[in-house]
Design a protein. Sequence first.
Length: 414
Amino acid sequence: MIIFYNAGIYLYYLLIISISPFNSKAKLWLRGRKKWKEILASKFDTNKAPVAWFHCASLGEFEQARPVLENFRENFPGYKILLTFFSPSGYEIRKNYSKADFIVYLPLDTHANAKFFIEITRPKIAFFVKYEFWHHYIYNLNESEIPVISFSTIFRKDQLFFKPYGKFYLAILKRLSKIFVQNKESLDLLTEHHINTGEIAGDTRFDRVLEIRKSLHPLPIVESFKGTSKVFIAGSTWPKDIEILMPLINKGINGLKFIIAPHEIHDHEINNFMQSCKLKSVRYTKADKEQVSDYEVLIIDCIGILSGVYAYGDFGYIGGAFGKGLHNTLEAATFGLPLFFGPNYRKFQEAKDLINIGGAFSITSAIEFENAFFKVMNNQNLHQEIINKNKNFIEANKGATDRIIGYSGLLLNK
């Protein structure tokens, strides 16, 4: 299996090279790893402090890592923080993140790369977030007796680890010092396959969104736009999501405004939206605080403010669930927003939980969406009940960060 694994890694690399002339993300992926050995060696040449390594695939996993990373920094101030990303969509947005001392792309998972990376960075402990299980890195960490913690992890029966032909991948899990999972199903799967290092801790994003709620920074443009109106916020949208939303938007409901935050910001898609929208719309970066209240639709055409924008909402739609999968629901749920999203949500425990408590609604068409939305909008008691349920849901699931930090302290203080 190691031959097939290595072949898969190299095939992936060749694919990235082949599409890089036409794909900006692939181009960034390659550019970010250019001369990585020299760059890494120069960064760590003079470092004498112990290192804690946090690895995330992309931006979503970074949000799960962030509360643990920041609490680790606070509890272990003598450590330097190394933060790595696999994807440009994480690295390019967080490459200047002030709470990490070293921020780099993760080199391709080969034995030679992993060995060099670990010898140069010399971590005392490593944290891998959610689905990051790289064989050579975890093997070399294990061989060097460096503890590896996986957290905010979810396992399902249909994953490769638990297939009859998945023993190679199951062996990766067995090398982890601790696996903090999100739910009982995940823990039961590990136990069933003779892995006794699992523990239910929950999802660290609950801690993160509570921090966001408690330490908000005002957004004057959004505040002026809202005024006394109710606001429907559609976050992380794709074209299919806009197709579902547009009939409702174009109804022009009195007293209701819309904020649209595309998952990827492309001028041509924003221009197409503005041409199709019958309401008066403006881009956030071109809005004037004194005049923005005259508009009915505000388009967030910048990165990094969506989590704070949700504080001004009354209803929320989360994109992605008509495609590969649902985006972050918790950033909106922490403010109590009743949530709507498409059908592809079943891999997301928090989405299933929100639906079960009546705080979110999965829809499959524009008509179904409108029916669900008007049911909530036209019933003030139901609306308030959902707000309370969603806020309480976030509060009830906090604490994963403390469990992970507590275990880390036990390892480091041995």
